[in-house]
Design a protein around this ligand. Sequence first.
Ligand code: FES
Ligand SMILES: [Fe+2]
Length: 344
Amino acid sequence: MAKEQIIPSAEQRLNSGLRNLWYPVAASWAVAKAPVGLIRLGERVLLWRDAEGRVHAVDDRCPHRGARLSMGWNLGERVACWYHGVEVNGAGQMARVPALAKCGIEGRKFNHSYPVIEKAGAIFLWFGDRDVEPTPLVLPEEIDSEQWGQVLCTAHWNCNYRYAAENVMDPMHGAYLHAVSHSMAEGDKTATMQARATDHGFIFEKTNQTGVNFDWTEFGDTGTHWQRLSIPYRKSAGPGGSFSIVGMVVPVDETSCRVFFWRCRKVQGWQRDAWHFLYRARLERLHWDVLEQDRLILEGMKDDARDHEALYAHDAGLVRLRRLMQAEAKRQVEALTAKAEALA
Ligand code: FES
Ligand SMILES: [Fe+2]
């Protein structure tokens, strides 16, 4: 059964999360045998793996009386509710009512079932408006190619997801917020910035410096919204050239989000194994320190900070991202309105 959709304003749509996109909702390792209950884009979602390791995702709500299915049991193809044992399958159907023989509502679909793709060590769900089919999910090559090794790190931040995305569109903060860090202590503290279009989005970059600090950042929309940047590394950091970071963010609700950062290097074979080991042993903690600096700044900002800003030229990247997302929110709301009017 499709979800009832109440038509939001464009700002509400933007604030709670754009639809018709794939979002990473959890790292693969976070969903093992037990059912997992998450909140993403304000929706309660249940995830579980069947015996073949495939992930299923449906509303985390028992169709019987509304208990959270994630508190129940993983039966492989189905999950059983803890409250009265009702079983729901991956298609969102009430597959079995164990307490009543020949229950008349057995087999009916009450729960929304989310399309799922597992890639790059993460579980992606499609959050679509009614009747909008999932688009292909295309990921940046750094996280979708044998040539690259990556380590995924993910964290919960208590800020609206847009602040997390805008933070990555703002390379200049590297030279200040992260001035005391292992990778961003070098380079000019002033810059002129420019934006240029790409096939799937745009790049925002310093015109006076590249390859020294956090000097450019890219936004792309390929069925999911991603951001990409690279941080140069000293030669002593090992093979593979610059360190690339692919970032994504999923709204939890209107005031919190989960960020995903893949740290990537173009290394293969034994060098990749050595890099993974050394990354875990030597670098990961330093990267967490940098992420904590971002988290502290963003969590310290009020939800309505964007309504009281005095922006300057360095903010052109995040303004461009805002415009793009606002335009998409408007398109989505107009499409919902047109559909509702056609049905009326
Ligand atoms: S609420 Fe789930 S079985 Fe009754
Ligand atoms: Fe940062």
